[in-house]
Design a protein. Structure first.
Lengths: 136, 398
């Protein structure tokens, strides 16, 4: 069985994500805004300072959701999250990121070839866009 | 080089224009302030002195220090409440100005002003009540309830019935405990600001500005129009009313502004303030008539003759932006675009990113303005309104 530090970390994140998915189901007295089922994250490879990115509709995204992990090989299936800015347009830089949209596009990665993981707030996923108001 | 000391200033508007005017007149502008925000603001050519407390004793000490350090102080002025009369008094004492500081002090207290003008025909019926535990004598609703030392429509309420009276009392008890409240008869009619300069006891009406007011539970001025044409009888009546009031309170030298309503029974006084209106007022008057009122006010403090001759006559409309959403401001868009609209002479947006946005409860909840000129008042208004609508606020609701 292949083992590496990042594989263990992502397994923990996946576990917490599964707990998050069931958290609040059946609550009658607590209102939770929207469904919480994703802990978005970024990956850093050993020999690059920029985060690892995948291309989604000609736009690079460094944001992922873990779908499953093969514990023996440490190969993970990640779905790509689409970064959106506060105007609803693709967010090109990290500063522009306002919300993340889930997609069905997936990639397979060998977790042991990465050196760091940056988890992000689950509230970023499907965060409603701001309202736009002007003088009435 | 002489210096002019300014006691307090807002972060923008008339009082900031005054700092610039002092420099244009060839003086060093020295600003005494207790607002820490000024320390972060890069003010060009302004000597900033931060004071923890803006009390008269501390200010006097500071003035003495400035004089001892060799500063040649020619005038001490304030364009913000509650320092106007104090500055005038100090200017009279330190610089030999002849400003009517006692009359300015009277104007700073709304109750004292009302009592001094009790028998004037421009006065309305009033009641003065200690806050709480007292029923109104009048049952003649609606009435206006005011904190006598507030400004910018803070703590000014329109009371339609007894229930609203009780609610207003509850609200005011938090901020005005132990104070007396002013109850005024509600006057119907369009409301105007009258900017007045008095030199050697002769009042000169520099500008009349009509206010557009949204009148819900509180009053918010949402737009201003500089009046370029007024019915001659109305104007004559206004001049007589203004002159009568100024004589009664003994105002011989200085500047002030009236807020008045033109009612069926003539001009009625809403408020009398010891300074030019804040916000965009100085800029509006300058765009309309070519008169920089804060600069001319400084000249009066310096003992010089003010130049109040109109160099032009142009219709101006200033449209203020209020928003009816609540949340956190994430971004503002369209400011540059609005500034490029035809006729637009000034665009300001106030809140910074991250600020809390809410529907207007006081004038402080106006988030910016667009000022435009036009061939007619209608054209100026249309231009300002169209440009204001281009400015978009991105808000994350709570």
């Amino acid at each position: 069985m292949k083992k590496c530090f990042l594989c263990e970390e992502l397994k923990q994140l996946w576990k917490e994500q599964q707990l998050l998915e069931v958290f609040g189901k059946g609550f009658r007295f607590i209102h939770l805004p929207g469904a919480m089922d994703t802990i978005p994250f970024m990956l850093q490879s050993t020999n690059h300072s920029d985060p690892f990115t995948a291309i989604l509709n000609r736009i690079a995204t460094p944001y992922f959701r873990v779908e499953r992990i093969n514990e023996d090989s440490c190969i993970a299936q990640l779905s790509l999250l689409r970064p959106i800015d506060l105007k609803g347009q693709p967010a090109i830089t990290e500063q522009e990121l306002y919300t993340l949209k889930k997609t069905s596009h997936c990639i397979l990665v060998n977790l042991c070839s990465f050196s760091a993981i940056t988890p992000l707030s689950h509230e970023l996923v499907d965060r409603p866009l701001p309202i736009i108001v002007s003088k009435t | 080089m002489g210096a002019i000391v300014f006691i307090g200033s807002a972060m923008s508007g008339s009082s900031m224009d005054a700092l610039q005017a002092a420099r244009r007149l060839g003086y060093t502008a020295i600003l005494l302030t207790d607002r820490k925000a000024f320390l972060r603001k890069q003010l060009v050519d302004v000597q900033l002195i931060y004071l923890e407390l803006m009390e008269e004793g501390i200010i006097r000490k500071q003035l003495v220090q400035l004089l001892q350090s060799g500063q040649n102080i020619n005038a001490i002025v304030s364009f913000v409440d509650p320092y106007v009369s104090m500055a005038a008094n100090l200017s009279n004492e330190f610089c030999g100005s002849t400003i009517s500081s006692e009359a300015l002090q009277l104007m700073e207290d709304k109750i004292a002003t009302r009592l001094a003008l009790e028998n004037d025909r421009a006065s309305c019926n009033i009641e003065i009540i200690p806050l709480g535990g007292m029923k109104l004598l009048t049952t003649n609703y609606p009435v206006i309830m005011k904190n006598p030392v507030s400004n910018g429509s803070k703590d000014v309420y329109l009371i339609q019935d007894e229930e609203q009276y009780e609610i207003a009392i509850k609200r005011l008890k938090k901020s005005c405990a132990g104070m007396q409240m002013l109850i005024e008869e509600f006057i119907e009619g369009p409301q105007y600001i009258i900017e007045v300069v008095v030199v050697a006891a002769i009042p000169i009406i520099v500008a009349v500005i009509q206010q557009e007011i949204s009148q819900d539970y509180t009053f918010i001025v949402t737009a201003y129009d500089v009046v370029t044409k007024m019915d001659e009888t109305d104007y004559r009546d206004l001049w007589k009313t203004v002159t009568g009031i100024l004589q009664k309170i003994g105002f011989h030298q200085g500047t002030c502004h009236f807020e008045m309503r033109r009612s069926k029974s003539g001009w009625k006084l809403i408020e009398l303030n010891p300074r030019i209106s804040g916000g965009a007022m100085n800029r509006m008057i300058e765009e309309a008539f070519g008169i920089n009122l804060v600069m001319e006010t400084i000249k009066i403090y310096l003992g010089e003759e003010p130049d109040l001759i109109r160099k032009k006559k142009q219709s101006i409309h200033t449209s203020y932006i209020t928003l009816h959403s609540t949340g956190v401001l994430l971004d503002i868009e369209g400011v540059k675009q609005a500034a490029l609209y035809p006729g637009v002479v000034d665009v300001k947006v106030k809140p910074s990113i991250g600020a809390t946005i809410m529907p207007p409860l006081s004038m402080g909840h106006r988030y910016g303005y667009v000022m435009a000129v036009g061939e007619s008042l209608e054209e100026a208004k249309e231009r300002a309104e169209n440009a204001a609508r281009v400015i978009k606020f991105y808000i994350e609701p709570f």
